[in-house]
Write a protein that binds this ligand. Structure first.
Ligand code: HEM
Length: 415
């Protein structure tokens, strides 16, 4: 009999962490619609200051001036104006755990740094990854349950999928994946347990240090080697610049994509005629992906700080005012989308804002789309007769900062 598994991964329940973190807000959209109709730019009065930071004992000044932006027009205006709306505030939140990442940089530093890391996310890199990494990962996960005739698609497919893709893109040995999954989950759950996230970040940094040192000795065909070799205007990334970027890939690339893939499957399974249409005509897959991203935005809110006293839509925002930019509300703005609460893959093609806009537009959006496309096609190919499990009760999407379904029990014809 094998000995008891004493590793920190034994009995670890990453899904539990995420369910708690999402909170049980089922439908924030009526509230957002009210706010948007009333004041697309809203000054939220916080009195003496609120601690919208991860820890109460930090030295960071409390937020005294908070504004929420909910219309599509104003959200776009904020995100495309990095001179007046800075990203530096991330240093006080996510930066506390990740270190200095491109997310918190403003121009011109941001532009220089992004050019270095962006090289690795070009179309050529995506081609390399599509079958060998993304296709293989989905295939393995589906192999594990295809003959069962039933599955919960969140813990068995969409949740493990993007972390494994990132582990492979980074070239991490398979034996390390359980540890990598645990540390990634702890890092991402920073708002729930700050100290554990910091400990995970430290451990991951030590782990990445070994990988980087190894790749400096022998180049591999992986992202770490590409980051080491990237060069723009004679500048290369130092190890201290590579660590935070690798850490950022976990919340930026794994959590969002797990949620967007889950929302896509949920949207189709809860609208059977649209599922049938996509099953019959795979050319509809891209528009199903874009509609799922709009309808249930995986990451609802991002942040900016005013660099000067300014006016936004008739509202005065003081220098240092904290601006919560609601991508979720913008994606349901009736001024831009007819019947915005409906999931409709046949709606008029208008770009959503789930990947942000302006200088910080998601660097991984092509990879995210590729992952969602390969996953959906594999699900449709390999799970014939896919339908919601009639025994499952209360299927729903929840969350206020991030949104996705906690479970997605399905039936299908076993292989
Ligand atoms: C559906 C999945 C995804 C969504 C909804 C999403 C969303 C976003 C958003 C909204 C931003 C802008 C943040 C801001 O302006 O404050 C962003 C930035 C970023 N994303 Fe994604 N993302 C997704 C997938 C990915 C993937 C797969 C990766 C890489 C593996 C990735 C890497 C990044 C990086 C590095 C940034 C920072 C870019 C910069 O600051 O210049 N994302 N993402």
């Amino acid at each position: 009999m094998p000995g008891r598994d004493e590793s920190p991964e034994a009995g670890y329940d990453p899904m539990g962490q995420f369910a708690e973190l999402a909170g049980d807000v089922r439908d924030p959209y009526p509230m957002m619609a009210e706010i948007r109709a009333d004041s697309p730019v809203l000054h939220v009065h916080l009195g003496t200051g609120s601690g919208a930071r991860y820890r109460h004992d930090q030295k960071a000044p409390p937020i005294t001036s908070l504004f929420t932006v909910t219309s599509h027009e104003r959200v776009q205006q904020v995100l495309t104006d990095s001179a007046r709306f800075s990203s530096a505030g991330y240093a006080m939140t996510i930066g506390q755990v990740m270190g200095r990442t491109i997310l918190e940089m403003d121009p011109p530093e941001h532009l220089r740094h992004r050019a270095l890391v962006a090289k690795a996310f070009r179309a050529r890199a995506l081609d390399q990854w599509s079958d060998v990494i993304v296709g293989a990962t989905v295939g393995e996960l589906i192999d594990a349950f295809a003959s069962d005739g039933r599955a919960d698609l969140i813990p068995q497919l969409t949740f493990p999928f993007p972390v494994r893709v990132i582990a492979r893109i980074l070239g991490l040995p398979e034996a390390d994946w359980p540890r990598f999954l645990r540390l990634s989950t702890e890092l991402i759950a920073v708002m729930r347990n700050f100290d554990r996230a910091v400990a995970a970040s430290r451990e991951l940094r030590g782990y990445f240090a070994e990988i980087i040192a190894d790749r400096r000795r022998h180049t591999h065909d992986d992202l770490v080697s590409q980051l080491i070799e990237a060069e723009v205007d004679g500048h290369r990334l130092s190890d201290d610049e590579i660590y935070p970027f690798l850490l950022l890939l976990l919340p930026a690339g794994a959590e969002t994509t797990y949620r967007s893939s889950s929302n896509l499957l949920f949207g189709l399974l809860s609208h059977p005629s649209q599922l049938d249409a996509v099953r019959a005509d795979r050319d509809l897959v891209p528009q199903a992906i874009e509609e799922a991203l709009r309808w249930e935005t995986p990451l609802l809110t991002i942040a900016r700080t005013a660099t000067q006293d300014l006016d936004l839509g008739g509202v005065r925002i003081p220098s240092d005012g904290f601006v919560a930019v609601s991508l979720g509300a913008a994606n349901r703005d009736p001024q831009r989308y007819a019947d915005p609460d409906a999931f409709d893959i046949f709606r008029e093609d208008k770009q959503h804002i789930s990947f942000g806009d302006g200088a910080h537009t998601c660097l991984g959006m092509h990879l995210a789309r590729l992952e969602m496309r390969i996953l959906l096609n594999a699900v449709l190919d390999r799970l014939p007769g896919l339908r919601p499990d009639p025994a499952a009760e209360d299927a729903h999407i929840h969350g206020l900062i991030f949104r996705s379904p906690p479970n997605l029990p399905v039936r299908f014809d076993p292989a």
